[in-house]
Design a protein around this ligand. Structure first.
Ligand code: GLU
Length: 426
């Protein structure tokens, strides 16, 4: 039983029936993707991972590679040099548009193809092989496991990618690409063909969210300022021509790709990924956009959202002897949003005594509980009761309610003393 997974499962169930959008087919090998594949994965800053649906099936990164290679170029050359070669302004043009700054030939940003191809060429290396090896190594470090290339997808794009090759030649003639256009386009096609799963993508997104530190492996993959810069560019340019609407509705730095991958990062909170191949008119995965919309609202994930009290929310997790009884006590304060809720659930798990035990949640200093965490906490309390525990909540307001039509399986008191006394009495 795990309420975070339950939430993902519920969103997954709710959106599985969404049949809008179309699988990309301009790269012939992508056309065979299964439109029913749909997975959601989330990784917290503690490295805990949660999944629903198809999260182990490999697919190619495509444009989701762009922010990670940008982060690598930033760490190789520094922000000033990278900015001289690739801008950071939303272009308002299609992802594959032939648009370069007049005079300099500089592409608008690293999330459109021209900018991504120029960025790939910035990765420091003595040869094209070494450049790709460094890119693959770094992508692997972001994912926390060794990634590989889908050779069939690479060959398919190499055979049909004249437009991207043309962009490379154009930048070469304008002076904004110094490397060989053919080699650069091929390295870019290879990075797009690197194979990942939704579970990998969630770790990669969580690494950006955690200031460049992979929260699963503990490895610092890029320096914190470069992770922050990458998230900033994702926030303004990551969702093709729907980046503004995405920021309005969902409010997270994100990047999508034509194979159906989508990552979003809650800075210092979590990384999340969705895999679902059908794309909307802007090129973003239909179910991915819908899923993040629901999760953002339910857990208050929008980065512009009033952040509430940022002091430690779970302030205590202990086992204490009360009237000769062994009781697990978890104390929290402030606003319970996603991060705090996830920590609270872990704390409850840690202090729960053996069955039949007693658990008290002291929420007397909690001021607000968002709907997602409230439903999740009710599920945790139900689960404790089902397993034969006696559970009580101390709170000033009825933050945690039973689902409509279900009996409440825990007792509610105004003070911690009353809750402890009741727990000890049975
Ligand atoms: N390899 C693809 C291309 O360059 C990636 C595009 C995307 O995912 O937006 O056309």
């Amino acid at each position: 039983m795990d309420p975070v997974t339950d939430s993902l499962d519920e969103v997954h169930r709710r959106l599985s029936g969404l049949r809008d959008g179309a699988v990309a087919d301009y790269i012939p090998e992508l056309a065979g993707a299964d439109p029913d594949d749909f997975g959601i994965a989330l990784v917290s800053m503690a490295g805990h991972s949660y999944r629903a649906g198809t999260t182990d099936k490999p697919f190619t990164l495509q444009s989701v590679s762009k922010p990670f290679v940008y982060a690598l170029a930033l760490s190789d050359l520094g922000v000033d040099e990278v900015l001289r070669r690739v801008g950071v302004e939303p272009s308002g043009d299609a992802f594959n548009a032939i648009s370069l700054e007049s005079g300099t030939g500089r592409p608008a940003n690293p999330m459109i193809n021209a900018g991504a191809i120029a960025t790939t060429a910035l990765v420091r290396a003595g040869s094209a092989e070494e450049r790709f090896r460094r890119i693959l190594d770094r992508l692997s470090a972001f994912a926390g496991r060794t990634l590989d290339v889908d050779e069939a997808v690479h060959a398919s794009e190499a055979a049909t990618g004249d437009r991207n090759r043309a962009l490379a030649y154009l930048m070469r003639s304008a002076g904004s690409l110094r490397a060989d256009p053919e080699e650069t386009a091929d390295t870019y096609f290879r990075q797009c063909a690197v194979r990942v799963t939704a579970a990998d993508l969630a770790v990669m997104a969580a690494t950006l969210a955690d200031g460049g530190r992979n929260p699963v492996t503990g490895v610092q993959v890029v320096a914190e300022p470069d992770a922050v810069r990458t998230l900033a560019v994702m926030a303004t340019c990551g969702m093709y021509d729907a980046a503004g609407r995405w920021m309005l509705d969902v409010g997270l730095p994100a990047k999508s790709g034509v194979s159906g991958g989508l990552i979003a990062a809650g800075p210092a909170r979590f990384g999340v990924a969705v895999y679902s191949p059908p794309l909307d008119a802007s090129g973003n995965p239909v179910r991915g956009v819908a899923a993040l919309g629901v999760l953002s609202e339910r857990f208050g994930l929008h980065i512009m959202h009033r952040p509430g009290l940022r002091a430690a929310t779970v302030t205590g997790a202990e086992r204490l002897a009360y009237d000769g009884r062994d009781i697990g006590l978890v104390t929290a304060q402030g606003v319970l949003e996603f991060t705090e809720f996830e920590a609270l659930v872990h704390a409850v798990r840690e202090v729960t005594p053996t069955v039949p035990g007693r658990v008290v949640l002291d929420l007397t200093a909690v001021t607000e509980v968002l709907p997602g965490p409230a439903a999740g906490m009710a599920a945790v309390l139900d689960d404790l009761a089902e397993r034969g525990h006696r559970a009580a909540v101390a709170a000033q307001e009825p933050f945690v309610r039973a689902d409509a039509g279900r009996p409440r399986t825990w007792e509610v008191f105004r003070t911690r003393q009353e809750a402890l006394a009741w727990c000890a009495s049975g």
